[in-house]
Design a protein around this ligand. Structure first.
Ligand code: UP6
Length: 260
């Protein structure tokens, strides 16, 4: 089976956000997403500016911020533009369509206004995607379905994971890929992103399980590695982000060398 490059996959994509993300990955030589799980908006913005040059995507949990504001959103968008990365709000929507639609566009955060990408659990059935896509598609936003999780004892396995792929295929105008722990489909238009990535860590005390960038990319064939504490808790986060960028991209290049 021939492996396609990010550039080739960008050309195949009709989803505007997937096309953009693959293009950024190619141009910046980065398959690294940084999960900036801090509770201060000021600190988040500083991290985004410092780490921005090395990532394709910044992942947020906006509901853990103590000082969220519209000004924060404006600055985050400016930083994303400056360093050419996309913003992924890891909201993990999981309710009926009508409710997730409101959670997506209203409230304090108005996620749809600023997050290029969001994600959803498929436990409610396709209605969760239909609700989000109603407002997401017109705004050219993208959605990832959670097909698997990195945590110990996750119930997202087997038929559940297969159902996520089917739902993605049936809603590919909005769904651009998966949160997963390995490749779920050979369709090159879907992007696979894996959290639970760290160099030299096996897990935490609360069920998180880690794999290395090479394991995730070369062995398990995911496209984007999502790293949080591996960078955040490092003595030198910028140097460590560069390390993860190189480890992730080298694993991708090894893969294409082996297969092409
Ligand atoms: N995340 C996981 N596993 C999943 C889905 N999402 O860890 O299956 C998210 C977490 C956190 C990040 O909510 O924001 O990815 C992982 O952070 P870490 O690298 O510090 O463990």
């Amino acid at each position: 089976k021939k492996m396609l490059t990010y550039q080739q996959r960008a050309a195949l994509c009709t989803h505007p956000v997937a096309k953009r993300l693959f293009t950024i990955m190619h141009e910046k030589r980065s398959n690294l997403a940084f999960s900036v799980d801090v509770t201060s908006a000021t600190q988040l913005l500083q991290f985004a500016d410092d780490i921005g040059p090395y990532i394709c995507l910044l992942k947020t949990h906006v509901d853990i911020l103590e000082d969220f504001s519209q000004d924060f959103v404006t600055r985050l968008q400016a930083t994303a533009k400056k360093h050419n990365f996309l913003i992924f709000e890891d909201r993990k929507f999981a309710d009926i369509g009508q409710t997730v639609l409101k959670q997506y566009i209203s409230g304090l955060y108005r996620i749809c206004d600023w997050a290029h990408i969001v994600n959803a659990h498929i436990v409610p059935g396709p209605g969760v995607i239909h609700g989000l896509s109603k407002v997401g598609v017109p705004k050219e936003r993208g959605c990832l379905l959670i097909g698997q999780m990195s945590s110990q004892g996750s119930l997202a396995t087997g038929e559940y994971t297969t159902a996520a792929v089917k739902m993605a295929e049936e809603n590919s105008n909005f769904v651009m890929g998966f949160i997963c722990q390995g490749s779920l489909t050979d369709d090159p238009r879907f992007i696979h992103m894996a959290p639970g990535v760290q160099l030299g860590g096996s897990g935490d005390q609360l069920g998180q399980q880690y794999n290395s960038p090479a394991q995730m990319v070369t062995e398990k064939r995911v496209d984007v590695i999502i790293v949080g504490r591996g960078i955040l808790n490092a003595e030198d986060p910028v140097a460590t982000a560069k390390l993860y960028q190189h480890a992730g991209f080298e694993a991708y290049e090894n893969l294409s060398n082996n297969l092409c």
